[in-house]
Design a protein around this ligand. Structure first.
Ligand SMILES: Cc1cc2nc3c(=O)[nH]c(=O)nc-3n(C[C@H](O)[C@H](O)[C@H](O)COP(=O)(O)OP(=O)(O)OC[C@H]3O[C@@H](n4cnc5c(N)ncnc54)[C@H](O)[C@@H]3O)c2cc1C
Length: 315
């Protein structure tokens, strides 16, 4: 664990001046769905896009920068995240609508986008109502559900590179694949343009309600979890492999493989990030031993590892 060090040599004292908020050794566990993880060496919440660009342009290139959204697909390790972690707030939470097009700040929750679209009778975005992240995170991960993905509705994004320069990118520049985009991991999405279609509020509402009830029955959405842990290997379902290996309900310290959906790992209350990562690695080992198939982590793992032998996934 990084020590809380407020001496003049701490990274916080070398930060460019900003209008937003800078905090040393800020606990990230409170932001994550798993409710685990060590501190950010420095957490930066920019006042607005100009503040973010100014900060990045002055930040020495050797200081690592990570961006988090709602941390619903992140396992932050117990040792914390070195360098600067950026989290977008209110200034990135606007939604503008013109006809069936939505310009959405990257910090807006997916559920809020779906609700706004419904209120304006815009269809095609219902699937977002079941995904607990932000729109920025949804683009980065090409989030999707029930056959729809963000790549089907995203037409362009605005993103800031590591040196603070602003870029307007078309969807075709984002290299969307299964729960994946090729956007440079150091780039920060600040705005997303989504294209829906004209719809009927009653039908959109019905689809959103169906999504909610389906999820309640099939996923442990009210637990401390990180969503689907492993990507589906080609021609296989990760949950089936995990189930057939007898891992449903497997316990590792304070972490457990969900009994409801065994591709979900759950913090049963007192898990560390090491427990959750250790459980995931044990599941991978058992699946490989039985089927010779290597499960790849879908959950992003960042920060200082605390278990011997765990490799970085390089995001
Ligand atoms: C109960 C539960 C159910 C879930 N169901 C689904 C599902 O049905 N479908 C699905 O696809 N996912 C699902 N997820 C996973 C998760 O919600 C999505 O991947 C979501 O898109 C992540 O968004 P986030 O804001 O939480 O991103 P985070 O988890 O904070 O980050 C994920 C990645 O996105 C990057 N990122 C975040 N914000 C930005 C930004 N502004 N600019 C650039 N990069 C950024 C991060 O650096 C990181 O690499 C589920 C998770 C949970 C906990």
């Amino acid at each position: 664990m990084m020590a809380a060090d407020h001496t003049p040599t701490h990274l916080i004292h070398t930060m460019p001046s900003v209008r937003g908020n800078l905090k040393a050794d800020d606990a990230l566990s409170r932001y994550t769905w798993f409710k685990v993880g060590g501190p950010a060496e420095v957490l930066f919440k920019p006042a607005d896009e100009e503040d973010l660009c100014g900060f990045l342009s002055q930040l020495p290139a050797n200081i690592p920068v990570s961006i988090i959204g709602n941390a619903s697909n992140l396992l932050i390790r117990d040792g914390g995240v070195p360098g600067v972690v950026i989290r977008l707030g209110r200034a990135f939470s606007e939604i503008e609508i013109s006809d069936t097009q939505m310009h959405v700040g990257a910090a807006v929750a997916d559920l809020s986008v779906a609700r706004k679209a419904r209120d304006y009778a815009i269809s095609g975005l219902e699937f977002l109502s079941g995904i607990p992240g932000t729109v920025g995170g949804a683009v980065r991960m090409n989030a999707g559900a029930y056959g729809d993905e963000i790549k089907d509705v995203c037409t362009s994004v605005r993103a800031i590179d590591r040196s603070g320069e602003v870029h307007e990118l078309n969807a075709s520049d984002l290299g969307f694949g299964y729960r994946h985009s090729t956007l440079d991991p150091s780039w920060i999405i600040t705005q997303v343009t989504l294209q829906g279609q004209p719809g009927l509020i009653a039908e959109i509402t019905q689809r959103m309600e169906k999504i909610q009830s389906d999820r309640e029955q099939s996923q442990p959405i009210r637990t401390l979890t990180g969503g689907s842990t492993f990507a589906n290997p080609k021609d296989h379902k990760a949950w089936q492999l995990i189930d057939q290996t007898g891992c449903r309900g497997l316990v590792w310290g304070g972490a457990i493989v969900s009994n409801l959906h065994c591709n979900f790992l759950v913090n049963s209350g007192n898990a560390t990030a090491a427990d959750i990562e250790g459980l995931g690695e044990e599941v991978r080992r058992r699946v490989f031993d039985k089927f010779g198939i290597t499960l790849e982590w879908e959950i992003r793992r960042i920060g200082i590892p605390t278990l011997q032998g765990i490799k970085e996934d390089g995001q």
